[in-house]
Write a protein that binds this ligand. Structure first.
Ligand code: ADP
Length: 495
């Protein structure tokens, strides 16, 4: 095929913003599809037909009946457009699997959905049929699958005839989530693996959807160059480092970007005032509003620290919880806001602290897109310790909003934040603060350094301007994906 013909790229994920979101995966898949469309790619999205997705997608119509697979009787493919762009989206509509209330991966009471293997096997079969042109839509040139939920897609595609199937890309957004199920469940999911294929999915006596994606995809990517190196090592590979290292010649790290039409201090509809690097005045109003909204002392000069994210071990939410009293006791004007949900025990721990520092600590156990924007707008410092971080979008949003991140230099955090060393401060390249040890003393020390600089407003503003000037647009990353797709398409479509 000609290297310049428009490519049909099908991007599949379990969550896509704003149709459904629990984390960065949703933001990344939506933004990539739209950045690719701007590059002339025919990018289409496909995901489960959750209630929230059906409510928000535009012009949905039934375009196919799904063949019975993986134990489900009936299902339909709904096709329409994304709410805020003309990117086509397909929803795999099987009400018993995706529309029974509760969260994307857990029931309403927080317990795991035991039928997750079936839910995502059904999705994967539908994607394979769609991409092969069996559901009445044009066949895809490339299928881009994301995370364990879609790890069976590369396997199913590999079982099609070579040169008559799309090329497959599998992107790891997080190695910690692997999608395990008993091996003897596979036949019931219409997954048939023998010989070498069996070894490609078997993981310590179970089946791993993540491993399937890693082994069978034509190309692997992950969401930052540093994480691409890290996952080849035992410290970050979650038992699959050997599998990935063996495919090291087919692995690239492509940094996530941010969608600046959504995450913008100049335009975000959720901010009470707007601002830019050239004029930061509106940020002070955002700070006053968030202080009022959350019952914090109305102190314009008080350093306001924010945490936004999953309350989990990965995000060091346990360490932050332990450090909170010392963080606040160190100086009488420090303020902290925590917005997050996650592990039930950590949620409980944070809830218990609420009320203990009136006017200085606000705990919001929950999920709110609007409040996340307002916190980025009003905050001074983002607390973003992570034990590991594939890319991390939160620190990118923070920097774009002039909120200075404190991070551990792992994965995408190391690739995107420049430490405020004396040299980097002197040449105005610093954009945040690093700390090495994943413990409370490490975090406390970095906070002390950050607040010392915060109390020198002229220097702090230079840091803010450098952070806001960082360019994390999707354009460059989308171009890298496009180059990769073209290379693969030439291999798989060359007859
Ligand atoms: P991860 O995908 O590992 O959770 P990222 O930093 O890449 O971490 O992306 C997290 C995304 O989810 C960001 O858009 C962040 O604003 C959002 N987010 C996480 N928790 C919450 C919450 N409780 N309320 C609102 N937004 C949240």
């Amino acid at each position: 095929m000609s290297s310049q013909a428009p490519l049909n790229v099908l991007i599949v994920a379990s969550e896509i913003y704003p149709l459904a979101k629990t984390g960065g995966l949703a933001d990344a898949t939506a933004a990539l599809a739209s950045a690719l469309a701007h590059l002339g790619v025919n990018s289409q999205l496909v995901m489960p037909g959750y209630e929230s997705a059906q409510d928000q997608a535009r012009r949905l119509v039934v375009t196919a009946e799904l063949p019975p697979r993986a134990g489900i009787g009936e299902g339909r493919l709904l096709s329409g457009l994304m709410p805020d762009s003309d990117v086509p989206v397909h929803l795999v509509d099987v009400p018993e699997l995706y529309r029974d209330g509760g969260g994307l991966y857990v029931h309403a009471d927080g317990s795991d959905r035991l039928n997750n293997p079936q839910r995502f096997a059904v999705l994967s079969h539908a994607v394979c049929d769609l991409a092969m042109g069996r559901l009445g839509h044009a066949a895809s040139d490339i299928v881009h699958a994301n995370d364990w939920h879609t790890g069976l897609v590369p396997l199913l595609l590999q079982q099609q005839r070579r040169n008559h199937r799309p090329g497959s890309v599998f992107t790891v957004h997080n190695m910690a989530f692997q999608g395990l199920c008993p091996l003897d469940q596979l036949p019931g999911l219409d997954i048939h693996v023998e010989g070498e294929a069996y070894a490609g999915i078997e993981y310590f006596g179970q089946a791993s959807f993540l491993k399937s994606g890693l082994v069978f995809a034509d190309w692997l990517t992950t969401v930052s160059p540093r994480y691409a190196e890290e996952i080849c090592t035992p410290a970050f590979g979650f038992g699959l480092d050997g599998v990935i290292a063996a495919r090291g010649d087919r692995l690239s790290g492509i940094l996530n970007g941010i969608d600046c039409s959504i995450w913008s201090p100049e335009r975000s509809p959720w901010l009470p005032a707007h601002y830019s690097a050239g004029n930061l005045e509106g940020k002070a109003r955002c700070k006053a509003e968030i202080q009022r909204e959350l019952g914090l002392d109305m102190a314009p000069d008080a350093p306001l620290m924010i945490f936004i994210g999953r309350l989990t071990w990965q995000k060091m939410a346990d360490v932050l919880l332990e450090a909170l009293p010392r963080l606040l006791d160190a100086e009488p004007d420090r303020q902290i806001v925590v917005l997050g949900e996650g592990d039930r025990n950590l949620e409980l721990g944070y809830r218990e602290l609420a009320g203990q520092y009136p006017g200085r600590l606000a705990i919001d156990v929950g999920y709110s897109e609007a409040r996340a924007h307002r916190l980025h707008g009003g905050g001074d410092i983002l607390l973003h310790g992570s034990r590991f971080e594939p890319c991390g979008l939160t620190q990118l949003y923070a920097m774009h909003f002039g909120t200075i991140p404190i991070v551990r230099p792992v994965g995408g955090l190391a690739d995107t934040v420049i430490d405020a060393t004396p040299a980097h401060l002197a040449d105005d390249t610093a954009t945040g603060f690093y700390f090495d040890n994943a413990d409370a003393p490490g975090l406390l020390e970095a906070v002390d350094r950050a607040i010392a600089l915060y109390r020198q407003p002229a220097r702090w503003q230079r840091l803010q301007r450098a952070a806001m000037a960082s360019n994390f647009s999707w354009q460059a990353s989308a171009e890298q994906y496009l180059a990769l797709y073209r290379r693969l398409a030439e291999t798989y479509l060359a007859d």
